[in-house]
Structures are given as structure tokens and as C-alpha cells.
Design a protein around this ligand. Structure first.
Ligand SMILES: [Zn+2]
Length: 91
């Protein structure tokens, strides 16, 4: 009984852009995940690994790539390849 109520009330978890900390949920957030092959954009949201979210603002992607904000969130050091991959995937 209480379980059924809890399920019906289950809310969508808010995601926060790691750069601007925006979590309105109105803006589409893109999942970036740390994998054995490096940091990758994960449009499906299904890749395993430590993930972080970026909103679709170009300035957030630039800051994520140029600064260590994203790297810190993922607890990795971004390689040149990672940065290049993120640039290509930028919405
Ligand atoms: Zn943002």
C-alpha cells in the first residue's frame, strides 16, 4: 500500500550541469561518462561508469573542455583526445 503510493509519487531525479549548476530540468542535459576508452558523451544514458551532466549551452561545453570542472566531476584528467571528442560532440 505505502509502496504503491511511493511509486506513483516517484519523481524524476534532477540533473545538474557540472559547469553552471543549472538544474531546472527544462534545458536538455547531456550525459558525459568516464569509460575505459576515455571520456565519452553518452546520448543513450546507458553507458556504465561515473557520469556527469552538461547542459547544451556552448559556454558550458567550452568551460568543461578548457577548465578542469568536468575532469574534477569525473575524477579524471582529460586527455587531448577526450577534449577533442567533447568538442565534436558539443550540441
Ligand atoms: Zn551549463
Amino acid at each position: 500500500m505505502t509502496e504503491a503510493i511511493a511509486q506513483r509519487r516517484k519523481h524524476v531525479p534532477l540533473r545538474t550541469c557540472v559547469v553552471c549548476r543549472d538544474k531546472t530540468g527544462k534545458r536538455q542535459l547531456v550525459r558525459v561518462v568516464r569509460t575505459v576508452d576515455g571520456v565519452q558523451v553518452d546520448p543513450s544514458g546507458k553507458l556504465n561508469g561515473r557520469g556527469a551532466y552538461l547542459c547544451e549551452r556552448a559556454e558550458c561545453w567550452q568551460r568543461a573542455i578548457m577548465s578542469d570542472v568536468l575532469a574534477k566531476a569525473l575524477r579524471v584528467t582529460l586527455t587531448a583526445e577526450d577534449r577533442e571528442r567533447l568538442k565534436m560532440a558539443q550540441p
